[in-house]
Design a protein around this ligand. Structure first.
Ligand code: PLP
Length: 240
C-alpha cells in the first residue's frame, strides 16, 4: 500500500522541483541572471500541512488571498520563518488584520486602503512592503490603478511612513494569443522604468502565474505568483 500522505508530499516535491527548473530555464533563455526571479507560492485553499511540507523543501514566500483562511494558517505556522504576502482583493474592514499579519501586500489599488494600512500597521513591526496594482487590461471590472492616473499618485503613496512602496503588480485578463499575453507585462515594465527614481526604485515587478510565467520572466518579472503549478488544481469549497 502506498501511504497517501507520503505520496502527496512526493508529488508536491516533484512539482516544486519541476517548477524551479522551469524558472531557471526561462531566466537563462532570455539572458537573465539565475535567481533574479523570486517565487511566491500561492497557497490559497491549501492546508497548513501542505504549506509546511513546501516550507520543508526550502520555500519561504507564501501568498494568500482570503483573510480569514490565511489568519488561521499563519497562526498554525508561526514556528516557521515564512514571509507572508497578501495578494487578494482588499476590503476596508480587513485592512487592520492585513496590516497585523502580513509582510507584503501586492494588491494595493487605492490610496484610501493604503492610508488605512499605514495607520493600522503596528508600530513595533517593520514597514509593510506594498506593490501598487495596475489595471493593464483596461476592463472597468478589474481592480487596479488606471495606468494614466498612477503617476500623479505616487508621491502620496511614498509619503506614508509605515509602508514601503516596493513596486508594481498586475493580474492580466485572460489572453487570446501570445502577443496579447505579453502586452500587460510590457506595459507594467515600461511604467516601472518610467516611474522609478533614486528615492523610489520600484524594484519589484509582481507578474506571472502558472500559465504565463515564461512570458512574464522574459518581460522582467522579479516576483512570480504561482499556485497551480506547485499544488495542482484548486478545489474551491462552496462554503468559503
Ligand atoms: C490564485 C492567484 C495566483 C496563482 O495562480 P495560478 O494560476 O494557480 O498559478 C496568482 N496571483 C493571484 C493574484 C492569484 O489570485
Amino acid at each position: 500500500m502506498i501511504d497517501p500522505v507520503i505520496n502527496a508530499n512526493n508529488q508536491l516535491e516533484q512539482r516544486y522541483r519541476l517548477l524551479l527548473h522551469r524558472i531557471r530555464q526561462a531566466e537563462s533563455s532570455c539572458g537573465r541572471k539565475t535567481g533574479s526571479t523570486k517565487l511566491l507560492a500561492v497557497s490559497k485553499t491549501r492546508s497548513a500541512e501542505e504549506i509546511r511540507a513546501l516550507a520543508g523543501l526550502g520555500q519561504r514566500r507564501f501568498g494568500e488571498n482570503y483573510l480569514q483562511e490565511s489568519e488561521e494558517k499563519i497562526l498554525q505556522l508561526r514556528d516557521l520563518p515564512i514571509e507572508w504576502h497578501f495578494i487578494g482583493r482588499i476590503q476596508s474592514n480587513k485592512t487592520r488584520a492585513i496590516a497585523q499579519h502580513f509582510d507584503w501586500v501586492h494588491s494595493v489599488a487605492s490610496l484610501k486602503h493604503a492610508r488605512r494600512l499605514n495607520e493600522q500597521r503596528p508600530p513595533e513591526m517593520p514597514p509593510l512592503n506594498i506593490c501598487l496594482q495596475v489595471n493593464t487590461s483596461g476592463e472597468a471590472s478589474k481592480d487596479g490603478h488606471d495606468p494614466e492616473l498612477l503617476p500623479e499618485m505616487l508621491a502620496d503613496y511614498a509619503s506614508l511612513p509605515n509602508l514601503r512602496v516596493q513596486g508594481l503588480m498586475t493580474i492580466p485578463a485572460p489572453a487570446q494569443s501570445a502577443t496579447e499575453m505579453r502586452y500587460p507585462f510590457q506595459l507594467l515594465r515600461n511604467m516601472r522604468d518610467r516611474l522609478a527614481s533614486t528615492e523610489l526604485p520600484l524594484e519589484t515587478l509582481s507578474m506571472g502565474m502558472s500559465d504565463d510565467l515564461e512570458v512574464a520572466i522574459a518581460e522582467g518579472a522579479t516576483l512570480i505568483r504561482i499556485g497551480t503549478a506547485i499544488f495542482g488544481p484548486r478545489a474551491y469549497n462552496q462554503s468559503t
